[in-house]
Design a protein around this ligand. Structure first.
Ligand code: GAR
Length: 193
């Protein structure tokens, strides 16, 4: 088995898709870590029975916050982190100290449209092909190595809401699978006993 933590800041629909998919594996979802008290992800965690860790950035240095995150990960022997709409940049301090796999999901075809609001920006730029990227996190903003992408031709006259929904359904289909494949590899390499 391998132990996963998911970090999220918002609705948490990808967190939920991962939590449900993990149930039929040997792997464990140790906790949801969230940086926003109002995030619906916390309510999803409560309904799913997944422990939640709320970590506030308010009036604290990033290093102080990240030290707390590292303690949560160490407490539960986390082998891998999946970012799922976690809208904070992790610093090199965190990446080096954690030292294990961190995945991220992005609603655009990287390297195009990194950062926030990527769906709207792709649509407004008139992109003919829309899609998702799953990457390994590095210290840049959505710059890490690409593990997986999927895309579709943008239908004419589709609204931003329709396109957003289509992108989210691609995310829910693929992100849990890529996360589980990563956990399988960690397990095969002798992850958590
Ligand atoms: C997802 O669309 C994800 O790709 C995006 O946030 C959304 C979270 O949705 N992430 C980024 O934009 C990261 N740069 P969710 O909270 O419903 O899973």
């Amino acid at each position: 088995m391998a132990r996963l933590a998911v970090f999220a800041s918002g609705s948490g629909s990808n967190f939920e898709a991962i939590a449900l998919a993990l149930k039929s594996t040997r792997h464990t979802l140790e906790f949801l870590l969230c940086d926003r008290r109002q995030a619906f992800a916390l309510e999803r965690a409560r309904r799913l029975g997944v422990p939640a860790r709320l970590v506030s950035y308010k009036d604290r240095t990033k290093e102080d916050v990240e030290r707390e995150m590292l303690e949560h990960c160490a407490d539960r022997n986390v082998d891998c982190i999946a970012l799922a709409g976690f809208m904070r940049l992790l610093t090199p301090y965190f990446l080096n100290a954690f030292g294990k796999d961190i995945l991220n999901l992005h609603p655009a075809l990287l390297p195009k449209f990194p950062g926030v609001d990527a769906i709207r920006r792709s649509v407004e730029a008139g992109e003919k092909e829309l899609g998702i990227s799953i990457i390994t996190v590095d210290s840049g903003c959505d710059t890490g190595p690409i593990l997986f992408q999927d895309s579709f031709a943008r239908p004419e006259n589709a609204s931003l809401d329709e396109l957003t929904e289509r992108i989210h359904s691609l995310e829910h289909r693929h992100y849990p699978r890529v996360v589980i494949e990563t956990l399988d590899k960690i397990d095969a390499a002798g992850g958590t006993a």
